[in-house]
Design a protein around this ligand. Structure first.
Ligand SMILES: Nc1ncnc2c1ncn2[C@@H]1O[C@H](COP(=O)(O)OP(=O)(O)OP(=O)(O)O)[C@@H](O)[C@H]1O
Length: 583
């Protein structure tokens, strides 16, 4: 036995009027849309006008919207207004007809968000006028209407609590927001709200003013957009200040010149977070609630096309106005760098124009390469700080790869271009540039070294003497990767209870005993003097202080034991330096 679904009318009306739309404001859009479609149906020769009279001007709390469009016959009123989901804007096969804004046959129901009763007074040329009255409980009446010109007047009788949406102020704001770009003249209480020109077709200064007014910022630049496949024109306004790439900025999207929403997502790829778009499209499709774009192949192609145009703008800027590009990069480097991780063109742009921190100042990768050949970088900020000065003294250029994406970008550049060599500099690599001392000096220093080692043994640090540049640097604390791990390990061992302590001890035996090193610089006069001291206690204090100072210099973490040592050695030295009471 075959049956058809039964429909509970109240449930459907409630669903479509109250739950489909996010805000009652949309009623104004749906009414405007119907009026414009009715005018469009009369063809291009017809001068259409839509007039809205707010509750303030009608005087009885109702709102009226009047159009000189095609109107409806009585039969059509029964068929179209009284059948949910029936629309005159589809062809015989049920496809949305291109010239119309509406397509679903439910828009009028959104008026129940603000009205208890909807009256449609309409007349088609050569037919009798009709009055249709719909109630929010799903009933409707149809009767002959008073005589009138061809066209339609819709009157809303306000719901309790929704009166504020029908006031002159609200209606003007809503009609301006949704309808100011419509190709048909729209008036609210006698004042025109439509403007002739699309904002992106205005002269540059006016476009900036438009962005300030509508988007709330004065853009860094305006990029014109044109995607013929989607019938899309518009502009991307570049933000003048950095934004968190994770915050989603919506775009202002018009469909056939009617505002869809001012917070549409999915129009741009994620990396383009530095731009806010205002666009109009004749081909992109809305969802039924008209609060989002339908996520189909057309939207994907449009996104790609807009992405290409933004990319093109960046590349053009690099060719014609590098200083402006540099200014842009200072603001939005995070987004551009994120993009460069998987976009070759952007990577080249970063290479040529984005200055990175190096031990020779801020330099672009391209410049760095032409000066030093190899892109030598430290993988973390900490390592960079440790190594920067020493490397510079030895004329080794070093890039700080510790900023977000920088190390990955350098590596990717080397993968992409066989000409580019990239090398990660590990703190231990630099020791190879430390010169060993001659045997005689080594022998002479042995007692001093043994004493120094005893002072620092408890801190897990090995003391060595080498000759290196810069001469002014007395000591350097070097942590290799293994040693850094070992440090963390001993820190957790110190905090662990007995059970875990045992486990960690067992593990420790498998960890290589590559200890951090305090490298004393034999070229430094102070070190020579310390090493030659006859006073073992004073030499010990000096070594401890040098250790502490080297830790601070390299931005290494200061453990409690280090802090204690810093204090005692400092006070010890002070005690030795200040004359005693009896003298
Ligand atoms: N002002 C008007 N003049 C002439 N016909 C109208 C007017 N308003 C509504 N109609 C008719 O009523 C039908 C239903 O309108 P409704 O707003 O519910 O749906 P729609 O505009 O077809 O589609 P959508 O749900 O996408 O807005 C329309 O298809 C149209 O034929």
């Amino acid at each position: 036995m075959s049956n058809t679904f039964q429909v509970d009318l109240r449930g459907i009306v409630d669903l479509l009027s109250h739950h489909l739309y996010a805000s009652p404001r949309v009623y104004a859009r749906e009414l405007l849309q119907n009026a414009v479609d009715a005018i469009t149906a009369l063809g291009p020769g017809h001068e259409g006008v839509v007039t809205i009279v707010s509750s303030g001007a009608t005087g009885d709390g109702s709102l009226r919207i009047d159009d000189n469009g095609i109107g409806l016959t009585e039969a059509q009123v029964h068929e179209l207004l009284a059948t949910i989901g029936r629309s005159s804007k589809r062809d015989e096969l049920g496809f949305a007809r291109h010239e119309f804004l509406g397509q679903f046959g439910i828009g009028l129901l959104s008026c129940f968000l603000v009205a208890d009763e909807i009256r449609v007074h309409t007349r088609r040329a050569d037919a009798a006028p009709v009055l249709w009255i719909g109630y929010s409980d799903g009933r409707y009446d149809v009767r002959p209407g008073a005589d009138r010109e061809p066209g339609t007047t819709v009157t809303l009788l306000p719901r309790r609590g929704a009166e504020q949406f029908l006031t002159s102020e609200s209606v003007t704001e809503l009609a301006t927001d949704y309808g100011s770009l419509l190709p048909v003249r729209v008036e609210v209480d006698g004042r025109k709200v439509t403007v002739g020109t699309l904002p992106w077709e205005l002269p540059h200064e006016s476009r900036l003013a438009y962005a300030e007014r509508t988007l709330g910022f004065r853009p860094f630049d305006v990029i014109e957009l044109d995607v013929p496949g989607a019938g899309l024109t518009g502009a991307a306004f570049v933000l003048p200040t950095p934004v968190n790439p994770a915050t989603r900025g919506g775009h202002r999207v018009y469909l056939k010149r009617m505002l869809l929403s001012e917070s549409i997502e999915g129009l741009l790829p994620e990396w383009a977070f530095f731009a806010r778009c205002v666009v109009d499209s004749t081909e992109l499709r809305p969802t039924a609630s008209r609060e989002a774009l339908y996520d189909d192949g057309m939207l994907a192609e449009t996104r790609e096309a807009i992405a290409d145009q933004l990319r093109g703008w960046l590349v053009r800027l690099s060719a014609t106005d590098p200083r402006r590009l540099a200014a842009f990069l200072r603001i939005h480097h995070l987004g551009v760098k994120a993009l460069a991780l998987h976009d070759d063109e952007m990577l080249r742009l970063v290479e040529q124009w984005y200055p990175m921190q190096t031990n020779m100042g801020e330099v672009t990768l391209a410049e760095f390469r032409s000066r030093h050949g190899v892109l030598r970088y430290a993988a973390t900020d900490d390592e960079f700080r440790q190594l920067a000065a020493v490397a510079a003294a030895q004329d080794v250029g070093l890039i700080n790869g510790g900023y977000v994406y920088d190390a990955e970008l350098i590596q990717r550049l080397a993968v992409l271009d066989p000409e580019v060599r990239a090398e990660k500099l590990d703190p231990t690599d630099l020791t190879t540039r430390f010169t060993a001392l001659d045997t005689e000096t080594e022998l002479l220093l042995r007692p001093f070294l043994a004493a120094a080692q005893r002072r620092l043994d408890k801190l897990g640090c090995e003391v060595v003497v080498r000759a290196f540049d810069p001469v002014t640097l007395p000591a350097l604390y070097l942590v290799s990767r293994e040693a850094a791990f070992h440090d963390e390990f001993t820190a957790s061992r110190d905090q662990a209870d007995d059970l875990w302590g045992g486990v960690l001890d067992a593990l420790a035996r498998t960890v290589p005993a590559d200890r951090p090193q305090l490298v004393l610089n034999h070229r430094n006069p102070l070190i020579r003097r310390v090493a030659a001291l006859g006073d073992a206690e004073l030499a010990g204090l000096a070594v401890e202080s040098l250790y502490g100072q080297a830790l601070l210099l390299g931005h290494h973490p200061i453990r409690p034991a280090d802090a204690a040592l810093l204090t005692t050695s400092f006070l010890g030295l002070l005690d030795r330096a200040v004359p005693g009471e009896e003298s």
